[in-house]
Design a binder for this molecule. Sequence first.
Ligand code: AMP
Length: 243
Amino acid sequence: MGSEASELPRRPLNGDDEIGNFFLTLQWPFSYCNVHLRDKFTCFRPVPGDFKIHGLWPVYRNGFWPINCPARELEEQMLKNKKEDIAMEWQALEPRGGGRDYSNLKFWKHEWEKHGSCSKMEEPLSYFLKAIELKKKLKDLKFDENAGIKPGGTRFTPKKLIEIIEKNYKVKVNLRCNFNYADKTVPQLIEIRFCFNPKFDLSSCKPITADKCGCGGEEKEILLPDETSLLLEKTERDEKDEL
Ligand code: AMP
């Protein structure tokens, strides 16, 4: 889907593989779940109403986005008694071939193998706890509702949101948008990507171009959907069930 980590070059530009920064990618669950009609609604209920972690992704100084580095395989027991803490902030929103616990583990394995393996952190547990710690640094990610950034139908521009976050956190973030299954006219925010330097201090992300972020441009209107954006799917499915 549109939120995949696909927009940065994957080939080294000059062979330098030092990590330049980490993206902590936060995901807005309703925007992940309301595009997933496919054959039927797939997310676990209830869908969380706050930002959750999608991943912690290293990027090299030369701009190369490394994936699938050689590293140890994630096994459940490596997460010790931290699984619940991790799942509070970083959870599979939809089943990945099983129930919640199985799906979480599968999602974590995917993120560890693809991105964590290149983070230069040897222990998977350290990688997951680092992501949780970084998200906690951001505290409660709330926006200024007076400025119109609130879940529901209110529209705002990417520029406005980036400015508000910059006011609160003193850094620039990247945004990503996608479309609700039922409404392809107004892009919806699906991700906020915060950048951290290799010492894990919050730092500004380089801006990404409008075509890469899916939001249509800094001055275009977007929205942050709430749970009512899932209702259409439910209605359609219920109708099918009733036939
Ligand atoms: P990535 O490869 O890190 O860009 O992650 C993309 C993959 O992770 C896709 O298969 C997505 O469907 C899946 N994914 C992303 N977020 C979630 C989530 N919250 N729950 C389950 N799967 C997810």
